[in-house]
Design a protein around this ligand. Structure first.
Ligand code: CTP
Length: 401
């Protein structure tokens, strides 16, 4: 009984693979889990709630209100109760609603309230799965920190053959067991992460900024939290966000604000990951009024900002782990090594602008990790979520275990 004492939400949506959900439910129950089924209206067209409630020993949740007695199903309570939420099968529609927060049924509202890990097993026709819209929504879910159980190749209900078949229930069970028994490696640790760009104000409407999206830093914060760490995320202006309760987001705008917030948080941290693209220069003076267009050139005098990573490197104790990033265009490894020593880092994550798929704005990254013993590990091109796992693994390895 590998799932004894575990609470699982099994979300079922309107796919022909819903019949496999009954088998999956049986396997979860046999392993000792308590399972609450939440089904979408379309899901009920494929499998009856009676089958599912008989297998789970519980009424199936589908509507916001009970039709007979007007009782209210609390998606918030459900979301907090669960150790894991599993959506199998997940249709293109449900994946799209989850990615975009369209909470028009119990399943998606429960998903939005859930604080637990979420596992999504897509099931659809091959062309629907391959469509850029579906792929974009899946990558948004990955960014939210959800795990995707990749569908397999094979015969589909449409008669076509290709990628879109929901993974077999036995395999999904093993993934659930593995996720729930994974040891958290950073329990009781506190980690500072800086992310995003900084904006240096020129006048009330203009600033100097850069193209950093914050995606890498937010992915690292999510992964650290997944491993049990309490995270302070000092973030410049970005459009990504997190609702992870173990991540405390401190929003800043300028390099000076990021410096102050980071210095103050670092005192109580076991580690810091300097992922932000901090402006290296800031205007010497900020105009109170908008500067009007004129015929003359406009020269703005810039002064260097404070180097946050270098300052943390100066004050850090032997027990604290400090990680920096380097975005280079030439002599990449040599430049990264210089930065590592200059800023007293424990290791540095190198991105080269010469690698396709690495750097600003994209969902992928290609990194090389260089440490103080001059070990260099080159990683392949991966999603930023996967890259975050490699970086956190290295943090654990160099001293936070
Ligand atoms: N960094 C920082 N504070 C700054 C500038 C950089 O904390 N004011 C951190 C970045 O978050 C990154 C590392 O230092 O982890 C290296 O940043 P990078 O811009 O590559 O290095 P610089 O020292 O600014 O060198 P250069 O831009 O000249 O390559």
């Amino acid at each position: 009984m590998r799932l004894e004492g575990k609470n699982i939400i099994l979300g079922i949506t309107g796919s022909i693979a819903a019949y496999k959900a009954a088998m999956l439910l049986r396997l979860l129950i046999k392993e000792g889990a308590e399972v609450q089924v939440v089904i979408t209206p379309a899901g009920k067209e494929f499998i009856t709630p009676v089958t599912l409630s008989a297998l789970s020993n519980k009424p199936v949740v589908s509507e916001f209100f009970g039709a007979n007695d007007g009782s209210w199903n609390s998606h918030v309570d459900l979301g907090l109760w669960a150790d894991i939420m599993l959506i199998a099968p997940a249709t293109a529609t449900t994946i799209g609603k989850m990615a975009n927060g369209i909470a028009d049924n119990m399943l998606v509202t429960t998903y939005l309230s859930a604080k637990c890990p979420v596992l999504v097993a897509p099931a659809m026709d091959l062309d629907m799965f391959a469509h850029p819209s579906t792929q974009r929504n899946i990558s948004i879910l990955k960014e939210y920190g959800n795990s995707i159980v990749e569908p397999g190749e094979g015969e589909l209900a449409s008669g076509l053959s290709g990628k879109g078949r929901m993974e077999e229930p036995e395999k999904i069970l093993e993934i659930v067991v593995e996720q729930l028994s994974r040891k958290k490696k950073l329990l009781n640790k506190t980690v500072l992460v800086t992310a995003g760009p900084t904006y240096e104000k020129i006048d009330p409407v203009r600033f100097i900024g850069n193209h950093s999206s914050g995606k890498m830093g937010y992915a690292i914060a999510e992964e650290l939290a997944k491993q049990g760490a309490q995270v302070t995320l000092v973030s410049g202006p970005v459009s990504v966000s997190t609702n992870n309760r173990n991540i405390n987001v401190v929003k800043v705008v300028s390099a000076q604000e990021m410096y102050a917030a980071s210095i103050s948080a670092f005192k109580n941290c076991d580690a810091a990951v300097m992922c932000a693209a901090v402006a290296d220069f800031t205007p010497v003076k900020t105009e109170d009024q908008k500067t009007k267009r004129g015929k003359e050139n406009w020269n703005i005098e810039l002064e260097p900002t404070k180097d946050i990573a270098a300052e943390l490197g100066r004050v850090k104790t032997k027990k604290q782990v400090l990680v920096g990033f380097a975005l280079e265009t030439n002599d990449e490894v040599a430049n990264a090594q210089k930065k590592l020593l200059k800023k007293n880092l424990d290791f540095i994550v190198l991105n080269s602008l010469n690698d396709k798929g690495a750097g600003f704005g994209v969902d992928t990254n290609k990194i090389t990790i260089v440490d103080r013993n001059n070990n260099q590990k080159v990683f392949e091109l991966k999603s930023k979520v996967e890259v975050a796992k490699d970086i956190v693994e290295k943090i654990v390895e160099v001293g936070l275990e």
